[in-house]
Design a protein around this ligand. Structure first.
Ligand SMILES: C[S@@+](CC[C@H](N)C(=O)[O-])C[C@H]1O[C@@H](n2cnc3c(N)ncnc32)[C@H](O)[C@@H]1O
Length: 261
């Protein structure tokens, strides 16, 4: 049974709006993911799995490094991954919490997925079990920090968004703060983790992604009475103003290895 709560009630995964939102997300985070790949020494021939591949940029980056035939890209919705399949990457409609092992891998990577998945520690254990001896698991997971916002209304909007995601999707914004413990508990070795904060500078791709993500929940949050439409409009003006900058989004990147045989 799927352990993902209501992801598709939160977003229409097939829509062009979601494609645009994921494209912004990729623009913001791909550089940092590539640094991780450099650090663990991804090289031609490695068998790689991208879990929750979204619009597919990370799987494409991996395909460029290791060869498309060595990459498997999974997601609950594969609508945005057709170009990747055409390039020779194996694309699977696949639930990380429930479906069969999609193979054995030298590298498994997942970004901004597990916080949305119920029983995420089980998902980590499953991914760890799909690693070849000596293989590496990379998990990138976000935890918003609204309390650090320089603008109280912007901070409250972020907190309201995170709270709504928790109630509607089952997203746990604090799970990332436990990394790398879930990797250790899954039996991986040499586990480490670090935080990465992207500035939400008004007008930047990240700020535009913040606006697009707030818009997904705005109507519900306003209907619940937690924030007004005017307050959301205030947050959108801030995220559109180049004179505004905020540091409220921490992505924790964890690395762990399956012991060599
Ligand atoms: C915020 S998006 C991140 C997309 C991509 N990882 C990236 O960083 O560009 C979350 C993705 O996780 C996928 N997802 C959610 N639950 C999943 C599950 N149980 N198994 C596989 N993918 C899942 C969603 O369909 C969506 O594409």
């Amino acid at each position: 049974m799927s352990e993902t709560l209501n992801w598709t009630s939160y977003v229409d995964t097939d829509s062009s709006t979601e494609h645009d939102r994921l494209t912004l997300l990729q623009e913001v985070f791909d550089g940092a993911s590539q640094e991780l790949f450099d650090r663990v020494g991804v090289r031609p021939g490695w068998r790689c799995l991208e879990v929750g591949a979204g619009a597919g940029s990370v799987a494409r980056i991996l395909a460029d490094r290791v060869g498309p035939a060595n990459v498997v890209a999974t997601d609950m919705s594969t609508a945005l991954l057709e170009p990747l399949a055409a390039s020779g990457v194996r694309v699977l409609r696949h639930d990380v919490t429930a479906d069969d092992a999609p193979g054995e891998f030298d590298l498994i990577h997942s970004r901004l997925v597990l916080e949305h998945v119920a029983r995420r520690d089980v998902a980590v254990r499953r991914m760890a079990s799909w690693l070849a001896p000596g293989g590496v698991l990379l998990v990138e997971s976000a935890t918003p920090m609204p309390e650090l916002s320089g603008d109280p209304v912007v901070g409250r909007a972020l907190a309201a968004m995170a709270g709504h995601l928790g109630r509607s999707v089952g997203t746990d914004p604090r799970w990332a703060r436990t990394l790398p413990l879930p990797l250790e508990e899954a039996g991986l070795v040499d586990c480490t983790a670090e935080g990465h904060v992207v500035p939400a500078r008004g007008g930047s791709a990240f700020a535009r992604w913040m606006i697009a993500t707030h818009r997904l929940v705005e109507d519900d949050v306003v209907a619940e009475g937690a924030m007004s439409a005017d307050e959301f409009a205030h947050a959108y003006r801030a995220y559109s103003d180049p004179a505004f900058v905020d540091y409220t989004w921490l992505t924790i990147r964890a690395v762990g290895y399956r012991a060599p045989r």
